[in-house]
Design a protein around this ligand. Structure first.
Ligand code: KG4
Ligand code: ZN
Length: 337
């Protein structure tokens, strides 16, 4: 089965073709970072309009690269939520229209399920069951993953997502958007020990997260301090260490609870090198295996949507052409396959 995947939930237009026999045939990404840069974050209306401009040219480019006319596809998968309503509607409208034109089925994909299963696109994919840490701009959660659509939430952020904390702290430091890669880069020149930030909610039992206090700790540390480049680097480093350490402590706790031998880490923040190294150490020590998507597929992309779409289309799931969008959508509500 050959499936076209479309991702337009936020500020990336992603398109890919996944073949259940041959794997990923082609994928393209257009990032809107430059468009939103001056505003310090994503402007929803600008995002929707840019998806409209970029989506069809990307679909054409991907089909050409895959050497496939559209009517030889077996299905279309598009991100139906969660995300920005207008941006989601662009992907849904284009996906459903192409499916109607080519007389093939379409399915709406949950964006976080896309992230969750993105490591399945790698050469040595994880087997079920596993413990998952999903870390993106909108979500921070730990879950017990028993199979496709068989997800039990173990813990989640009670306030800001960890990616959101990276973005807000980057803004405080004048590092621009998106914050994650900017903080990672700035931290390379940081000196250890000049600042120390809390590891929120690690001093009590439980698997929930809280990151808004960490951001406040940065605000307090910066008060009445000149923001020279060394201070920026030192704060970036201390913040990155606090965020990574907090995530690692909670992963350890979740693995103790599930007794799983596999940990899957995905979503935009899983591109972070310190997080990868820290969790690789944890895995070595615990004699378990940790799985990540390739860095390119840690952040938003069409490949993960095409992949999840192929699983759900193969299982006979369809999205009727009368479509809407789900800006809020809980991952536990998904039907099992
Ligand atoms: O998964 P994603 O691309 O979009 C959402 O579904 O939200 O995640 C975006 C988030 C942003 O908050 C961004 O700052 C963060 O992931 N991020 C990173 C890194 N790359 C992206 N955070 C830390 N380190 C990175 N290298
Ligand atoms: Zn995402």
């Amino acid at each position: 089965m050959r499936v076209l995947g479309i991702e337009t939930s936020c500020d990336d237009t992603g398109v890919a073709v996944y073949d259940t026999e041959r794997g990923l045939l082609a994928h393209r990404l257009y990032s809107q970072v430059a468009l939103h840069l001056d505003y310090g974050g994503v402007v929803p209306e600008l995002a929707s309009r840019d998806h409209i401009r970029k989506l069809l040219p990307l679909v054409r480019a991907v089909l050409t690269e895959a050497g496939l006319p559209g009517d030889e596809l077996d299905g279309i998968a598009y991100t139906a939520g969660p995300g920005l309503a207008g941006a989601l509607l662009v992907g849904a409208a284009v996906g459903q229209s192409l499916a109607t034109a080519w007389n093939i089925p379409a399915v709406g994909v949950h964006h976080m399920e896309g992230h969750l299963l993105s490591p399945m696109l790698e050469p040595d994919p994880p087997a079920f069951p596993f413990t998952a840490l999903l870390v993106s701009g909108g979500h921070t959660l730990l879950a017990n993953i028993e199979g496709i659509g068989r997800y039990t939430l173990l813990g989640e952020s009670v306030d800001d997502a960890v990616g959101e904390a990276f973005d807000k702290v980057a803004k405080l430091l004048g590092l621009g958007y998106p914050g994650g890669p900017a903080i990672e880069q700035a931290a390379l020149k940081g000196v250890h020990g000049r600042f120390h930030f809390p590891r929120p909610m690690t001093d009590r039992p439980g698997l929930d997260f809280s990151f808004s206090g960490l951001k406040t700790a940065v605000v307090v540390a910066l008060k009445e301090r000149a923001l020279n480049s060394q201070t920026v680097a030192d704060v970036a480093l201390a913040f990155e260490e606090a965020a990574v350490e907090t995530l690692a402590i909670k992963c350890q706790r979740a693995l103790d609870a599930t007794q799983h031998e596999r940990l899957v880490v995905a979503g935009g923040v899983s591109a972070n090198k310190k997080l990868r190294t820290r969790l690789a150490h944890l895995a070595d020590r615990e004699k378990i295996k940790v799985y990540f998507p390739r860095p390119e597929f840690a952040t938003d992309n069409g490949a993960m949507i095409a992949y999840v779409g192929s699983l759900r289309l193969q299982a006979g799931q369809r999205e009727a052409a009368a479509f809407g969008a789900r800006p809020r959508w809980r991952i536990e509500e998904l039907p099992a396959v």
